[in-house]
Ligand binder design. Sequence first.
Ligand SMILES: C[S@@+](CC[C@H](N)C(=O)[O-])C[C@H]1O[C@@H](n2cnc3c(N)ncnc32)[C@H](O)[C@@H]1O
Length: 283
Amino acid sequence: MTVIWTLLRLLRWTTDYFDGKGISNPRLDAELLLAHVLELDRVGLYLNYERPLNEAELDAIRPLVKRRGQREPLQYLLGQTEFWSLPFEVTPAVLIPRADTEILVEEALNRVDAEVGELLDVGTGSGAIAISLATELADWQVSALDLSVEALEVARRNAERNGVAGQVRFLQADLAQLPQQQYDLIVSNPPYVAQAEWDELMPEVRCFEPRQALLAEDNGLDCYRKLTSQAQNRLKPRGWLLVEIGYRQAEAVQQLFTAAGLQDVFVRDDYAGLPRVVGGCHR
Ligand SMILES: C[S@@+](CC[C@H](N)C(=O)[O-])C[C@H]1O[C@@H](n2cnc3c(N)ncnc32)[C@H](O)[C@@H]1O
C-alpha cells in the first residue's frame, strides 16, 4: 500500500524521529524545518495539515531532517536566526547568536547617555552585538573586530541586511592587539569555554559551531585577561568595558577587571538568574 505523506503525517513522523535522536524541542524543530522548505509560516503549516506532499517536496525535506537528526543546529539548516528582533544570516563560520547575549546589548544601552560616540565589538562573529547596537545608536560609529575572515564576511552581509552597513566598520585583527584608538564602549562575547568543559557541551555546539568561537585557554579566561590588560589604554575617560561570561566565571572575571584598575565593576545576571555580564568603567 502506498503511503500518502500528508503534511501532518510527516510532521508527526519527524517529531518522533527527532525525539528519538535526543533533540530538546522535537515538535518545534520539525515545524520550523517543514515550514522553511514549504515556504509557509507556522500558521500556514497548521492550515495545510491534510495537504499531500509531492516527491519534490519530500526530496527537499529528507536530507534536512537527516542532518538535524545528526544534531546539526536548526539555525545552520535554515541559514538564519533572530537576535534583538532582527534577522541574522548564520553559517558554520559563525557562532549562532544566543538570546542570553541580548543582556550584553541591554547593559551597553543602559550605559550610553551620549548622542554620539564610538564603540568596538570584539569577536563580532555574525555581527549580532555590533549590528543590534548600531540600529539603536544611529549616530554612533561602530567597529566590529574578529580574527576570522569568514565570520567578517557573514557580519558584513548582516549589516547590509539590517540597514547599517554605512555605520559599521569591520576589522580583521587579534583581540590581543586592539586598534590603537580609544572608545566610549568596548563590548565582547569572547570565547570562554575551558578545555575541561568541552565534553559537557551539547553535540550541536561541540560538533558544529566553530571551535575558535568557543574555546579559550587559561581555563576559559585567556580573552578576558587580554581585554582587561588593554582596557585602560583603549577606553576614553568614563568609557565602559562590558563582557559576556560563562556562569562559573563571575568571580575570576571581576578580579581581572579590578586588577586592571577598572572602576564600578558590576555583574548582571541573565533571566535564569545566572551571572552573564561583567562590566567596569575607566575613570
Ligand atoms: C563566542 S563568539 C561571539 C560571536 C558574537 N559576538 C555573538 O555574541 O554571537 C566569539 C568570536 O570571537 C572570535 N575570536 C576568537 N578568537 C579571537 C581572537 N583571538 N581575536 C579576535 N577574535 C577572536 C571568533 O571568531 C568568534 O567570532
